[in-house]
Design a protein. Structure first.
Lengths: 217, 237
């Protein structure tokens, strides 16, 4: 506990103090989700539109997901060295299987009658996606985002092994220097972050679900 | 590329690199936690499945437990005084394997339609026959799915155990990370780990299909049709 509570570790002038490590962790998680979604959305819509793509896309995503994180990082190091891409590429790759599968399932679950109603009201294809399909699909998509966020926070802790600092640095340094209090600080902060994000997104899911039921009634 | 492969083969064949020992360590680090988590989670699941409060608690704790990153589980063992090496790694990996098996045992038992059990009883089956011919065959596919998730997770995570000194292929990756001039050791570790994980995934997927009774086997989705089940729980990583 003494490491976690020591004022020197919260010093804002030190770029490797706990607040910065925390922000680094949020940054890598946010960036993974952002780029992950930017890839997953168009891919998933293509899969929904052209069902023949489904099998190759899902198989590729599942295959990438099966590669253990430590092995993936090892392969990446031999290509990108100690750069941010080394940790970011595996995280984004892992996110795809869940994001694509959930977006596809969510969009397919939208009642075609409602899309028909939207079209009859004079909506153009973009408005149909934006105002009918997306709101109805959102709860399932958020469920996927939640799984990805928690997984990403966990795997990102390996960052310091490939040269990217975040809360995992506390564990890495703690092991390297044999400082148990630092390891404990890292373990507490990482777990707290993962559990908080998990619960927050459960809350968002609940809110959206209620909205969905209201809209359907 | 070819050169790199030759280097890797030479690395594996060099007795100084102890490839056989690392393989043995990796297998032990994977199989022991898989068996232990089955031994703990299956009886526990059977015990709590029909008790709503206990089942709710087990489900909730398992869900929260999944949010704890594996690296945290591993290092907490060390700090908690279990020490370093094989033992703390096995405990951490067992803890990792329990939630998916526990959840699927509960789910498997609950998914059995009471009407089917009633029908069996109506046909004059004894309690023993109902268990052996109806309940176990019906829950086995769900349970097998849980074991597969747990096993793939454990195999995929076992290289991280090298961080707390448990040996295995992870040692090659760890050592390789501090020798960036030559990628051979790193690539040997990463390739071995990846191949083992893929073999586990495909082997257990086949096993899962084998234990699914023909009557409850769902038709494989038609060519190109999307699998429509969204993901609500972490998949095997």
């Amino acid at each position: 506990m003494d490491f976690l509570l020591h004022p020197a570790n919260w010093d804002l002038t030190d770029p490797s103090s706990i607040p910065y490590l925390f922000l680094d962790h949020l940054y890598i998680t946010g960036l993974t989700l952002l780029i992950g979604l930017l890839i997953a959305f168009p891919t998933a819509f293509l899969v929904v539109r052209y069902t023949r793509l489904n099998l190759p896309v899902q198989t590729t995503a599942s295959f990438l997901y099966t590669i253990p994180s430590f092995a993936f990082l090892g392969f990446m190091i031999s290509i990108t060295g100690f750069s941010l891409a080394t940790i970011l590429v595996p995280l984004i790759a892992y996110a795809q299987v869940v994001l694509i599968r959930n977006i596809v399932a969510a969009v397919r679950a939208v009642d075609p009658t409602l899309v028909e109603v939207g079209r009859a009201m004079g909506m153009n294809p973009f408005q149909l996606q934006r105002r009918v399909v997306l709101p109805l699909a959102l709860p399932i998509i958020v469920a996927g985002i939640r799984v990805v966020a928690v997984t990403t926070i966990g795997i990102a802790t390996l960052g310091p092994y490939v040269g990217t600092q975040n809360l995992g640095t506390l564990i890495y340094d703690g092991i390297y220097l044999g400082r148990n209090s630092e390891i404990i600080a890292g373990a507490i902060l990482i777990t707290a972050l993962a559990v908080t994000v998990d619960l927050l997104l459960v809350g968002v899911q609940r809110l959206l679900n209620r909205g969905g039921q209201v809209a359907l009634a | 590329m070819i050169n790199q492969l030759q280097e890797m083969l030479r690395f594996i064949q060099d007795p100084a690199n102890q490839f056989a020992l690392r393989t043995q360590q990796t297998l032990l680090l994977s199989i022991t936690p898989i068996l232990l988590s089955m031994l703990i989670a299956i009886p526990l699941g059977i015990l709590v499945a029909r008790r709503p409060v206990a089942a709710f608690l087990a489900t909730m704790l398992s869900g929260l437990g999944r949010a704890i990153p594996v690296l945290v589980l591993l290092v907490v063992m060390v700090v908690a005084g279990v020490g370093i090496g094989f033992k703390p790694a096995v405990i951490a990996l067992t803890l990792l394997g329990i939630p998916p098996i526990l959840l699927n045992t509960i789910e498997g038992i609950r998914s059995i339609d009471p009407a089917v059990v009633d029908a069996a009883r109506g046909m004059g089956m004894t309690q023993r026959q109902i268990l052996g011919r109806i309940q176990i065959p019906l829950m086995l596919p769900v349970l097998a799915a849980g074991v597969r998730t747990a096993a793939v997770q454990i195999v995929a995570t076992s290289p991280l155990a090298a961080i707390i000194g448990a040996g295995g292929y992870g040692e090659y990756i760890l050592a390789g990370l501090s020798n960036l001039a030559d990628h051979t050791e790193l690539l040997v570790g990463a390739t071995s780990v990846a191949l083992l994980a893929l073999a586990t995934e495909f082997g257990l997927a086949a096993l899962q299909r084998a234990v699914t009774p023909a009557g409850v086997r769902t038709e494989p989705p038609a060519e190109g049709q999307a699998e429509a089940t969204p993901v609500e729980e972490p998949l095997a990583a």
